[in-house]
Design a protein around this ligand. Structure first.
Ligand code: AHR
Length: 510
């Protein structure tokens, strides 16, 4: 059997936002403390307390944005605890994650410094669950106001004269759960209230992200799209337009959280058989149907697709590594995670007309991490390598792809064997990313693409391994890493290749 990928250059119209390749760092376990922040006096090489090795690794994958401080932590975080001289900051208990005490040494200034070191866009999530409107309004003023005001004065007193640029701001996190257990009807009103005071100051324009549904909660999406925004026709009033943000949309994005997990049995990240391989492929592919159903609701209220679907938490969720704190969500990362990363990124690319951002959970030492650390040691996970290989799609134009593929059969169940997406970057180079989810059989793939000739230069990178659960360890950090892939036959408008079993492949065509 052969899989046929038909790529339609003529139908290209949407850009794959680089923010689909975004990340998430919560005050959870060893993500922020140890993973990012080691403090200025640490023997681990750092710049103003932030690990150099981690910054370098994340810069390499062009991390486009970083969401912080949570997660569940966000709706208990009071930002004023994290500013001013570090020795004066209050110690707090992280009630969501392990009930450990944190010293607040990593706060607003340290996060914005991290983003500057990474050259990435900050995405801050505000506190709706246990915070006040005033607290949220003052945080935005502290961060972005360039004039004379109490918060701008406080920022200057704390050593930062000029405001920062801040685009992405979340109005609460999971307010149906850890963020306040609200009904959507209640949250919609709260959203309208809180977001009113999240203002554009000093030329800074905020992209406001509402808390959206968990998984397939379509009622939440329906109510938020209907009630979350003021739908009265804008008044054509030049004076009002000049003094208020009257015509600016009030909800630029709405989040969706979808984890690849089995809530009745989380299972091991590394010890699994083919049944669990298949099960997790099935669970992860389900996100496509969920995106399409949410997008259909959004289309009803926003046919122009101005509101972004922001998948600001996604990834695998397994049991913690034996012997580690259950509240720290520390898990290993295998070739299975790499396939899951590749599948999701292909799905997000293919829905980039509506999916404007996605943030894998989480960047270091938590859930489907890019990086694992142990003291001064750091390793890159298979998922990191997928983000590295796929970074070529960032801000490229999506080339719609029609995938004809046989099934990967397990027992009586089936899944499509090949999952793919394609894009063309500004220089005209085309990239095709392909996942073969079958752990046993390679697959012959034919790509039909106008304009390919025997003069085309084709190169590729592949990520695979002998075993499904292969992973990198501190002793063997390079068990799973990308290799060159050159076995591609070219003829007029066609590429033919054999995609190895359980692999993620990215082809480059010049
Ligand atoms: O990423 C871990 C947690 O998962 C986040 O804090 C929360 O938003 C979600 O439930």
């Amino acid at each position: 059997m052969t899989s046929i990928l038909n790529i339609n250059k003529q139908a290209a119209k949407h850009q794959i936002s680089r923010h689909i390749y975004g990340h998430f760092a919560e005050h959870l376990g060893r993500c922020v403390y140890e993973g990012i922040w080691v403090g200025e006096d640490s023997p681990i090489p750092n710049t103003r307390g932030i690990r150099n090795d981690v910054v370098e690794a994340l810069r390499h994958i062009n991390i486009p944005n970083l969401r912080w401080p949570g997660g569940c932590f966000a709706d208990e975080y009071h930002w004023k605890d994290g500013i001013g001289p570090r020795e004066d900051r209050p110690e707090i208990v992280n009630t969501n994650w392990g009930k450990v005490t944190e010293n607040n040494h990593f706060g607003t200034h340290e996060f914005m410094d991290l983003c500057e070191q990474l050259e990435t866009e900050p995405y801050i999530c505000g506190n709706v669950g246990s915070g006040t409107v005033q607290e949220m309004q003052e945080w935005v003023e502290y961060l972005t106001f360039d004039g004379v005001s109490p918060m701008a004065k406080l920022r200057k007193k704390n050593g930062r004269d000029k405001p920062w640029k801040l685009k992405y701001f979340g109005i609460g996190n999971e307010n149906w759960g850890c963020g306040g257990k609200m009904r959507v009807e209640h949250y919609a009103d709260k959203y309208r209230n809180y977001q009113t005071y999240v203002k554009d100051l000093s030329g800074n324009e905020i992209y406001k992200i509402a808390c959206g549904p968990q998984e397939a909660d379509y009622h939440w999406m329906e109510v938020m799209m209907r009630e979350g925004m003021d739908r009265t026709e804008p008044v054509q009033d030049a004076v009002i337009e000049n003094i208020w943000d009257y015509h600016r949309p009030e909800m630029n994005g709405i989040s969706l959280h979808y984890y690849t997990r089995n809530r009745t049995n989380y299972g091991s990240a590394t010890a699994f058989d083919e049944e669990l391989w298949f099960d997790y492929m099935r669970r992860t592919m389900k996100i496509e149907e969920i995106i399409e159903n949410h997008a259909a609701i959004m289309d009803k209220y926003d046919p122009a697709k101005t509101v972004g679907l922001i998948i600001d938490e996604w990834g695998t969720w397994f049991s913690v590594e034996p012997g580690t704190n259950p509240g720290f969500l520390y898990q290993q990362n295998t070739l299975r995670d790499a396939l899951i990363a590749g599948i999701n990124l292909n799905i997000f690319n293919n829905h980039c007309d509506r999916v404007h951002m996605a943030n894998i959970a989480q960047v270091i030492n938590v859930l489907q991490a890019m990086i694992l650390t142990e003291g001064e040691k750091m390793i890159l996970t298979p998922s990191y390598h997928v983000f590295d290989m796929f970074k070529v799609h960032q801000d490229a134009t999506l080339l719609p792809i029609n995938v004809g593929t046989p099934d990967y059969v397990y027992g009586e169940d089936t899944l499509p064997k090949i999952n793919a997406s394609a894009s063309q970057d500004q220089s005209g180079t085309i990239h095709i990313s392909i996942c073969n989810i079958d752990p046993n059989q390679s697959e012959k793939v034919t790509c039909e693409l106008d304009g390919i000739t025997d003069k085309s230069q084709i190169s590729g990178r592949i990520l695979t391994a002998e075993y499904m659960n292969e992973h990198n360890t501190f002793e063997h950090p390079n068990n799973v890493k990308p290799e060159g892939f050159h076995d591609v036959k070219v003829s007029e408008n066609t590429l033919s290749l054999q995609v190895p079993a359980k692999s993620v492949l990215v082809l480059t065509i010049k």
